[in-house]
Design a protein around this ligand. Structure first.
Ligand code: PBG
Length: 329
């Protein structure tokens, strides 16, 4: 056979493969989503997400110390509210659940990048991310509430707020509110291209936040569209987003890839609950290798071009990397 170039030469051994490896995962690039609940010493299993818990603030502080020791970059907090109402007003209570969690984490582990979700769905009885008036999820009135929520997180000392609601114009409005109130250094991680996805099911189970009627298709994006995602991203950058996010991750790797080539801001990807649940469930059945599938999935998101990944696997992946540090594969 007359083959001039043989790609297999560079796959011959673990060290050779290591030398030509294009992408790696580091705990530094991982962000762990945490569900905050009231009480003390509470570690409640989440049925739809085996291995994940709703944690009380004291437990979260311990968890964050562990995450920091593992080299993980940040945490993203979601409130598990039992005080839901029509307008989601508990979302911006100054001594609210998430606000208190931010204060506690920042005083125990000041360097860990603390981020908070900004959207109304965990706090509303109807389960939508915005206010519902005559059956419509209204945009501008919702943005006013989101600004109050973001401000209350900033007052608690958060590093980044992350609006996940997909209302138009909210990034600019939040930026203005933060600046006006002296929080110029609080960043915005914007869920810019967030799709109306079926992969959020397990998360909605965790927060009891599934919409009671209708769906989220009038605000979250149509899974069929990629160019529209680029438009959403450029709008958010124009409004002052520091980081833009694509969500979910593995069914939208093309969007991550295009965004990372077109824009010069850091790109985040949300490896969502359904993506986590698929690997957990298939490995429980013995159909796939949990650790290998986890690392391959995270690597695919990095390869696509994401700088940072929100993932329920953050702790497990960081522990895996630590245990295997320096070893060849
Ligand atoms: C709500 C929100 C959702 C997620 C993050 N923020 C659910 C939704 O939009 O219905 C999903 C995260 C996941 O599935 O892991 N604003």
């Amino acid at each position: 056979m007359d083959i001039v170039y043989r790609p297999r030469r560079l796959r011959a051994s673990p060290p050779i493969r290591g030398l030509v490896r294009e992408n790696e995962i580091s705990p530094r690039q991982l962000i762990f989503p945490i569900f905050v609940t009231e009480g003390k010493l509470v570690r409640e299993k989440i049925l739809s997400m085996p291995g994940q818990f709703r944690l009380s603030i004291d437990e979260i502080v311990r968890e964050c110390e562990e995450l920091y020791a593992l080299g993980i970059g940040g945490v993203n907090l979601f409130g598990f509210s039992k005080n839901k109402n029509e307008s989601g007003s508990k979302s911006y209570a100054p001594k609210g659940l998430v606000q208190r969690a931010v204060i506690a984490i920042k005083s125990a582990v000041p360097d860990l990048c603390v981020q908070t979700d900004v959207a109304l769905d965990p706090y509303t009885t109807h389960g939508h991310d915005g206010l519902v008036i005559d059956g419509e999820i209204v945009n501008d009135k919702t943005v006013e509430v989101l600004c109050k929520m973001a401000l209350s997180h900033a007052e608690a000392g958060v590093d980044w707020v992350s609006p996940s609601d997909m209302m138009d114009g909210r990034v600019g409005a939040i930026r203005k509110t933060l600046d006006k109130n002296g929080f110029k250094n609080v960043g915005i991680l914007a869920y810019s291209a967030k799709y109306a996805s079926s992969f959020y099911g397990p998360f909605r189970g965790a927060l009891n936040s599934a919409p009671k009627s209708g769906d989220k298709k009038t605000y979250q994006m149509d899974p069929a569209n990629a160019r529209e995602a680029l438009r959403e991203i450029s709008l958010d950058i124009g409004e002052g987003a520091d980081i833009v996010m694509v969500k979910p991750a593995i069914t939208y790797l093309d969007v991550i890839s295009r965004a990372s080539q077109l824009f010069d801001v850091p790109i985040a990807a949300y490896n969502v609950s359904g993506e986590y649940a698929m690997i957990v469930a298939a490995s429980e059945k013995g159909w796939i290798d949990r650790e290998k599938a986890m690392m391959e999935m995270l690597l695919s998101i990095r390869r696509a071009g994401a700088s940072m990944i929100l993932t329920y696997f953050a702790k497990e992946a960081a522990a895996f990397l630590r245990a295997n540090y320096g070893s060849y594969s």
